[in-house]
Design a protein around this ligand. Structure first.
Ligand SMILES: Cc1ncc(COP(=O)(O)O)c(C=O)c1O
Length: 386
């Protein structure tokens, strides 16, 4: 029967992010530095809002686009914090995490043979969906421009087949953010072309160097932009599965159909918890950020001392040091480190071939875990360079 399944489903692979996370579990003393989720619990009042919804039997389906009160909370959040406005009735859909938003938007806009530009290295969940749609990924190399796309390179890659480009700032896996000036240069290119922009800003609330810069702050992009956002990272709600997509009304009318046939609606108790997160728990990310900044500084200093140099992260909770000087591939490095020191990191090539020569370390874990991880990594590096 296997030969009867969709060829494209056969061709996509399980993300390399999970491979080392699964393997480290076999070691009782394993240190897992792959995890892309906060080590904080969901805030108490957010949990209580979800529990209350269940107790009040708010457990049926909701409107496909999501509970209106939540869509209004999403609109208010962006209006108050970032000063851009979206109509909760027609321009916002609540999804099962940003993952489902990516899927629903791409399946709405892509046709066979289309091209999608991905600045790379990049998060591993976009490429497989583009592939499943029969479209083709075109990579924009950022590995030699400190992981920020060069506007001229972008311009050169746009053809009459280009349907969309996907951005993700702050970025998984590199932890970089983008300046207003750089963003403007990209906007100047993008606004001249009829292409969609998907901006995955799931880490917006984890920005450490000034205010988060959003593509949604440019009104000239409004008709071509999808802003993807959610609560998994900002409020430590990865298991609640709540995200949202904001986009142009005439296209969102079609996205909501794809979303409807995919999952009917996002989890309803989760949606009630999300209202609480977006109205009364706005300080939560700032509290978590204090811990992330301390962890980032610690890991950055330790890595530098070992000769593992990285662009200093200004957002998300990942750092992406170069391992090129070791002469190992990123996969060899991660495998040896796991076998010899029981430490799991993600090889950079899990984020496209443009990530080769780097490893991704998550500093979302506790400082104790990071200390142990860095001690073992240092011992490993000492052995390598002997
Ligand atoms: C850049 C990026 N987008 C989306 C997701 C998935 O988010 P969600 O839990 O909302 O589906 C992740 C998770 O790691 C991510 O790093």
């Amino acid at each position: 029967m296997l030969d009867m399944i969709n060829k494209r489903a056969q061709e996509i692979e399980i993300t390399g992010i999970r491979v080392f996370a699964n393997q480290v579990e076999q070691y009782a003393d394993g240190v897992n530095l792959t995890i892309g989720q906060p080590d904080f619990p969901t805030p108490e009042r957010v949990k209580q809002a979800g529990i209350k919804a269940i107790e009040n039997n708010l457990t049926g389906y909701s409107h496909s686009a999501g509970i209106l009160e939540l869509r209004q909370s999403v609109a208010r959040f962006f209006e108050d914090k970032y000063n851009f406005s979206y109509n909760p009735e027609t321009e916002i859909i609540i999804t099962s995490g940003v993952s489902e938003a990516i899927d629903s938007v791409l399946r709405t806009i892509l046709s066979e043979g289309d091209e999608v530009i991905l600045p790379a290295p990049i998060f591993s969940a976009y490429e497989p969906i583009v592939h499943l749609c029969g479209a083709k990924v075109v990579y924009l190399d950022t590995s030699d421009t400190d992981f920020i796309p060069d506007p001229n390179r972008l311009n050169d890659l746009i053809t009459d087949k280009t349907k969309a480009i996907i951005f993700n700032y702050p970025t998984n896996p590199t932890g970089v953010t983008i300046s207003n000036e750089k963003m403007k240069q990209l906007v100047d290119v993008l606004k001249k072309h009829d292409i969609f922009i998907l901006s995955d800003e799931i880490y917006s609330e984890n920005s450490y160097a000034g205010k988060h810069q959003s593509f949604a702050q440019f009104p000239e992009l409004k008709n071509q932009l999808f802003l993807l956002h959610g609560l998994s990272k900002s409020h430590s709600m990865t298991g609640w599965r709540i995200g949202y997509v904001l986009g142009p009304e005439d296209i969102m009318e079609h996205v909501v159909k794809v979303h409807l046939y995919n999952c009917i609606c996002a989890s309803v108790p989760g949606q009630y918890a999300a209202i609480e997160a977006l109205t009364n728990s706005l300080e939560t990310p700032n509290e978590m950020n204090k811990a992330y900044i301390e962890r980032r500084d610690y890991v950055y200093d330790r890595l530098n001392k070992m000769g593992l140099h990285a662009v200093k992260p200004t957002g998300a909770f990942y750092i992406f040091p170069s391992i090129k000087d070791t002469g190992l591939t990123s996969f060899e490095f991660a495998t040896k480190l796991l076998e010899e020191e029981h430490v799991a990191v993600v090889p950079g090539d899990a984020f496209t071939t443009y990530g080769e020569g780097f490893i991704r370390i998550s500093y979302a874990g506790s400082i104790q875990l990071l200390k142990e991880g860095m001690n073992r990594l240092e011992r490993f590096m000492n052995k390598l360079t002997k």
